[in-house]
Write a protein that binds this ligand. Structure first.
Ligand code: NAI
Length: 333
């Protein structure tokens, strides 16, 4: 058996972590032969809850789980980690402006970036789930200059999974029959879920989704809106946010980063923009990526319609504004 690797989950006493920790410790991300030492980072008021989570992990009797390290100290939490799931964040409270939310989170992700820089492995893969995820990833990376920028990403996989699931449901096929649906831009309501490059397996044949669905009004209308507003719909129904599906998506994201994507398949990840597809350079923007040897590469040369350009522009502008606001908060501190 391989040597254990250290993996940290922040916000470890929270809702998403409650599902995520179990999935990771079962071997669903790093493989069934990879022993793990799980680091659980949260804040001091949550120490009691964290103890309960540690007890439950022990009671799961999971063969791959060699040790659990609960802590409120980022320098302990990030010590020697190979992978980091940054789930903990300051939630938006009623009446909170975007600037206030950004401001609270910028402080958290600055501290975590500095700690990663000091004590994590230099090839650590960092997945930011906590919102605003794209800009939090940017801030975190900014404070971890000794770790390559490519090692920071933000999660839009839940949006991708939601989009694929909508299409599978509409066409009456299993989820495995839907491929290459893209989420562009921000993990926010300006994201652009795009089925135009995707394919779907119908009667044994992979067809372009647009051709199979044959309903442009749907693909450019209620399909996009349903995905954009799905988080709010879950909160409306469950009175709590989408934690189980977010945990599954975080596993999918890290799994594909770790293990690679199959030839011809791509997945969506928020990564540093190089200006591809007219996006603002230097923001963390969700693109379709292919992954090999733990390195992602933006899929290039996809055809972009005027409709898509308009959507990319809206979400890119929002990310640029978030970046500018985050930077102004940092400058004033
Ligand atoms: P939650 O409120 O149940 O848990 C958050 C946990 O983070 C709490 O235990 C809290 O104490 C902890 N925390 C806060 N500040 C921290 C810090 N500085 N260091 C370590 N831990 C800290 O929230 P939940 O449902 O688990 O969601 C977590 C985040 O994920 C939220 O920001 C949410 O908006 C975001 N999210 C992102 C999604 C995406 O697709 N990118 C999807 C769903 C949720």
């Amino acid at each position: 058996m391989a040597e254990p690797i250290r993996v940290v989950v922040t916000g470890a006493a929270g809702q998403i972590a409650y599902s995520l920790l179990y999935m990771i410790a079962r071997g669903e991300v790093f493989g069934k032969d990879q022993p793990l030492i799980l680091h659980l980072l949260d804040i001091p008021p949550m120490v009691g809850v964290l103890e309960g989570v540690v007890m439950e992990l022990a009671d799961c009797a999971l063969p791959l789980l060699r040790e659990v390290v609960p802590t409120t100290d980022p320098l302990v939490g990030f010590k020697d980690v190979s992978a980091a799931f940054l789930v903990g964040a300051m939630p938006r409270k009623e009446g909170m402006e975007r600037k206030d939310l950004l401001s609270a989170n910028v402080k958290i992700f600055k501290v975590q970036g500095e700690a990663l820089d000091k004590v994590a492995k230099k090839d650590v893969k960092v997945l930011v789930v906590g919102n605003p995820a794209n800009t939090n990833a940017l801030v975190c990376s900014n404070y971890a200059p000794s770790i390559p920028k490519e090692n920071f990403s933000a999660m839009t996989r839940l949006d991708q999974n939601r989009a694929a699931s909508q299409l599978a449901n509409k066409m009456g096929v299993p989820i495995t029959s839907v491929s290459n649906v893209i989420i562009w831009g921000n993990h926010s309501s300006t994201q652009y879920p795009d089925a135009s490059q995707g394919t779907i397996l119908i009667n044994g044949e992979w067809k372009p989704i647009a051709q199979a669905v044959n309903d442009n009004a749907y693909l450019q209308g209620s399909f996009i809106e349903t995905v954009q507003k799905r988080g709010a719909a879950v909160i409306g129904a469950r009175k709590m946010s989408s934690a189980m599906s977010a945990a599954k998506a975080a596993c999918d994201h890290m799994h594909d980063w770790w293990n690679g994507t199959a030839p011809g398949k791509f997945v969506s990840m928020g990564v540093f923009s190089d200006g591809s597809y007219g996006s603002p350079k230097g923001v963390v923007f969700s693109f379709p990526v292919e992954i090999k040897n733990k390195q992602w590469k933006i899929v290039d040369n996809l055809p972009i319609t005027d409709f898509a350009k308009g959507k990319l522009n809206v979400t890119g502008t929002e990310l640029q504004e978030e970046k500018d606001e985050a930077m102004s908060v940092l400058d004033s501190n």
